[in-house]
Unconditional design. Structure first.
Length: 386
């Protein structure tokens, strides 16, 4: 596994998924190790030295230091050599790369140059955007790619088109589409494979419309995740006695601390996540970027919790059919407030039946291992051509 971060150092769902996949693969009899961007952990056998500062400190750095970080993310001295050593020591049959911000394209191209099968999962827009998110520095969604992103993307993809991964797994059709449109080398390598969830053993009882509802938010507390829009909508909903539970950390914590009706829990561990899910009646996912596949949607769906989601990225692909009427235009606080009221008025209407459960781990693991086998075949074919 190649992943910038690794538990317990996490910022988003990509590294949580990668570690969970490693555990499942090990349970199926495979031997798994990880290469990270300067993060240690149980599976980590090699680390690419952080360029400037660790990725986990990005949000707190001044603009000048961020520019240094971006430079290292384009060309990172030593990243390729670290990959070489890891491959020589571990001798993998397959390398599976994930979110690699801060490590440069060398950690991707080096795999093919070493003749090893390579699968890359598209969790974000790193190949297209220097910030990963297709969002401006001011927090607005990009309508067109800026000059700097086009330049950086061009550098990365000139390297990758000569030494690409054998297969690309996109976590949603929403993230696959712009890559196929803008990067010709990806088109015959792309597969959509949704993130897995544990199936719910029972449907969650519907919230009693006679009592105030509790809404939940779990993720990065930042503008791009829509936290300020959510707080405005919650205040405007007019639901007397309603609560909003927020968990996570980020740049916009000030928007939720000491706000009436908001219970801010900060960063929470696995037990804390379960406690949050047990406490809420509906999860709100108000992303204001083309969020490829937020894991919290699957986690809520697996527990029978309705999702009030923005029409952004892969969110509409992932929610249960029963939650589709709760979708709202991304960034529209008035529309979100209306959805909060709709849920509170008739909560039973939005509870998903058991058969609406998405892809489980068994099906997902079958898709991943099939990709590994196909990548090995493709890599062998390519080596034969040489």
């Amino acid at each position: 596994m190649v992943s910038s971060l690794w538990p317990p150092e996490v910022l988003g769902g990509a590294e949580l998924y990668a570690a969970a996949l490693a555990e499942r693969l090990r349970g199926a009899g495979h031997t798994v190790a990880a290469l990270t961007a300067g993060v240690d952990g149980d599976d980590v056998i090699a680390q690419v030295r952080p360029w400037g500062y660790p990725l986990t400190e990005y949000a707190s750095q001044p603009r000048t230091k961020r520019l240094v970080f971006h430079a290292g993310d384009v060309a990172h001295p030593g990243a390729g050599r670290t990959v070489d050593r890891a491959i020589a020591d571990f001798r993998p049959d397959v390398v599976h790369s994930h979110a690699v911000q801060g490590m440069s394209a060398a950690v991707l191209t080096r795999v093919a140059r070493r003749g090893v099968a390579h699968v890359h999962t598209l969790h974000d827009y790193w190949l297209l955007c220097q910030r990963n998110t297709m969002v401006t520095a001011a927090g607005a969604a990009c309508t067109t790619r800026c000059r700097s992103c086009r330049a950086i993307s061009s550098v990365r993809n000139r390297q990758l088109q000569h030494h690409p991964p054998d297969l690309l797994l996109a976590v949603s059709a929403a993230v696959a589409r712009p890559h196929e449109e803008l990067l010709p080398w990806t088109r015959d390598r792309m597969r959509v494979l949704y993130n897995p969830v544990e199936h719910a053993t029972a449907v969650r009882p519907a919230h009693d419309p006679g009592t105030p509802p509790t809404f939940g938010f779990l993720g990065q507390v930042s503008a791009v995740k829509g936290i300020r829009t959510l707080v405005r909508a919650f205040a405007a909903s007019g639901l007397a006695g309603a609560r909003l539970v927020v968990a996570g950390r980020g740049t916009d914590v000030d928007a939720v601390v000491d706000v009436a009706g908001v219970d801010y829990r900060g960063w929470i561990d696995a037990a804390g996540r379960e406690a949050l899910y047990a406490d809420i009646d509906a999860l709100v996912v108000p992303s204001e970027w083309e969020d490829p596949a937020p894991l919290v949607v699957n986690e809520a769906r697996a527990r029978g919790i309705p999702v009030i989601g923005a029409r952004a990225g892969g969110i509409p692909e992932l929610i249960a059919p029963a939650s589709e009427p709760l979708l709202f235009p991304s960034g529209d606080a008035d529309a979100l407030a209306a959805r909060l009221r709709e849920f509170a008025a008739e909560p039973a209407r939005f509870v998903a039946p058991p058969e609406a459960a998405p892809l489980d781990w068994a099906g997902h693991l079958a898709g991943v291992t099939r990709a590994y086998a196909d990548a090995r075949t493709l890599a062998t074919t390519e080596r034969g051509h040489h």
